[in-house]
Design a protein around this ligand. Structure first.
Ligand code: GLU
Length: 479
């Protein structure tokens, strides 16, 4: 059997982390099995579907490296196919037109509530006579098309994640609406459960892999496969992504879309790597891998049933590992949009000092946004002083140290890291102070802060930019 899987996002919002993770599992399975990964945009909800969300989904998937083999196809362009299937169901007596008004449906629900029953459609229009139907039409009532659900059925499937799953058809809420806004002669807007089944049959999908929030839909959809005379695919329902308090990760947790993670400074390979770990673990317990490496080992046997807790520390750690291993030029390419967004207008000449800055900062980064924070020391000739840096340069003996550094710089014009280290040693000796004091004071004077990247390397970059003497003099002017 050729494995064919699909991701079927609805463009009613930006690419969501849950959808992206479902995409990752589909992709891993397809690649592991040498099958195909198909992208289908489920845009039948005309009001909520927007082209910019489709754009966000496509670009987000590409950014993560989830390339697809077919599609994207759009459900809105396939409505005739769904209507044909509905017509087949009608012709076979497996579906019918129902004319209940919203008020009647509401009254039905109220009555059920009063009797402590679960809300369901009571199938009251299942066997309308032609005369009754004509009377409703004459009243101008619109129809919906309902698919008959045999309440006596038990539906079971062997879920690739959850094992055997059983549903009683009587728990599915009665005959289900497969199309809205219809009339005696027309079929209106086809709905999700019908469209998804028609598409999965038409696209020969072998395995349906999606979030566990679709389990009840799967039970309904299996009945539709049977009614349409099609083979039922395999199903895998992936666990929900939970926040730290065990609830479904939502907008309230501050991030939901892949674009949010991008803006926070996560890089695509790290985020994709992290998403594979949201519910799956590698047989060799490895935690750091590319999507291709994960695909080699991927199987649903190792996907958990329980919800997957979102672990920011682990994502940060993975991101830092990727950033630490980048070449300065690669890091600069990734960091440049962040620097520009922070208001730095960078010219080609800036690359000269930015490259060593990237080399310096790379090993200590967690997120790309840290580059903006950390490169502030190198951007312009002067830097603001923190209170403790100001206090440091004003300590007894420190001005003399800084003056002799300035003198040394003018006399010997050091050019290398070794030259600068030699100058520090000389000044330490000549002033009869501790080396620690010299280093701390230099840091305060050069960087305007007591914390920051490696001092000597920072100094060399500032020196190459021609900033160091000016900064030392600014510090001395504070005294
Ligand atoms: N459009 C559905 C969603 O975004 C797809 C569900 C499915 O994969 O069948 O949740």
């Amino acid at each position: 059997m050729t494995v064919r899987v699909r991701l079927a996002p609805s463009p009613t919002g930006n690419l969501h982390i849950g959808t992206a993770r479902t995409g990752v599992f589909n992709w891993l399975f397809a690649r592991h099995e040498g099958g195909q990964f198909i992208l289908r945009i489920e845009d039948t909800d005309e009001e909520r579907s927007k082209p910019e969300f489709t754009e966000s989904i496509l670009s987000g998937l590409k950014w993560l490296g989830l390339d697809w083999d077919e599609g994207p196809s759009f459900q809105s362009q396939r409505l005739d196919l769904y209507r044909q299937a509905i017509q087949t169901l009608l012709d076979q007596g497996l579906a019918y037109r129902a004319y209940d008004t919203p008020d009647e449906l509401e009254a039905m629900r109220e009555a059920q509530k009063a009797k402590n029953q679960a809300p369901r459609y009571d199938n009251r229009h299942r066997d309308l006579t032609l005369d009754q139907q004509a009377a409703f039409e004459a009243e101008g009532r619109p129809a919906v098309i309902r698919f008959k659900i045999d309440d006596s059925r038990t539906i079971t499937w062997n879920d690739m994640v959850r094992g055997p799953v059983t549903w009683q058809a009587s728990d599915l809420g009665g005959d289900m609406v497969v199309a809205r806004a219809s009339s005696a002669t027309t079929i209106g807007q086809p709905l999700y459960n019908l469209a998804v089944v028609v598409d999965d049959i038409d696209m020969a999908i072998s395995h349906v892999i999606r979030g566990e929030d679709h389990i009840a839909n799967t039970a309904k959809q299996i009945l539709l496969y049977e009614a349409l005379g099609a083979a039922v695919p395999e199903f895998a329902h992936t666990p929900l992504i939970l926040n730290q308090s065990g609830q479904k990760l939502s907008k309230r947790d501050g991030v939901t879309s892949i674009g949010d993670f991008q803006k926070m400074g996560f890089v695509a390979p790290a985020l994709a790597n992290y998403m594979t770990l949201l519910g799956w673990s590698a047989p060799d317990a490895a935690e750091q891998f590319t999507l291709e490496e994960a695909a080699k080992q991927f199987s649903f046997d190792r996907v958990n049933k329980a919800g997957a807790k979102f672990d920011w520390d682990k994502l940060d750690w993975l991101n830092s590992q990727y950033l630490h291993n980048l070449e300065a030029a690669e890091l600069l390419a990734l960091a440049q949009p962040f620097l520009e967004a922070a208001g730095h207008r960078l010219s080609d000449a800036d690359q000269l000092w930015l490259l060593p800055v990237m080399g310096l900062l790379g090993p200590s980064l967690t997120r790309l946004t840290d580059v903006v924070e950390q490169s502030r020391f190198f951007v312009s000739e002067t830097v603001p002083f923190t209170d403790d840096a100001r206090a440091q340069v004003q300590l007894d003996g420190v001005p003399a140290v800084l003056e002799s550094i300035v003198a040394g710089l003018t006399e010997t014009s050091p050019q290398t890291l070794d030259d600068l280290k030699a100058l520090v040693n000389e000044v330490t000796k000549a002033q009869g102070v501790k080396k620690g004091l010299v280093m701390k004071s230099l840091r305060a004077a050069l960087m305007g802060a007591l914390q920051g990247p490696d001092l000597m390397e920072s100094w060399l970059i500032l020196r190459q930019r021609g900033f160091d003497v000016a900064r030392l003099q600014t510090a001395l002017a504070l005294v």
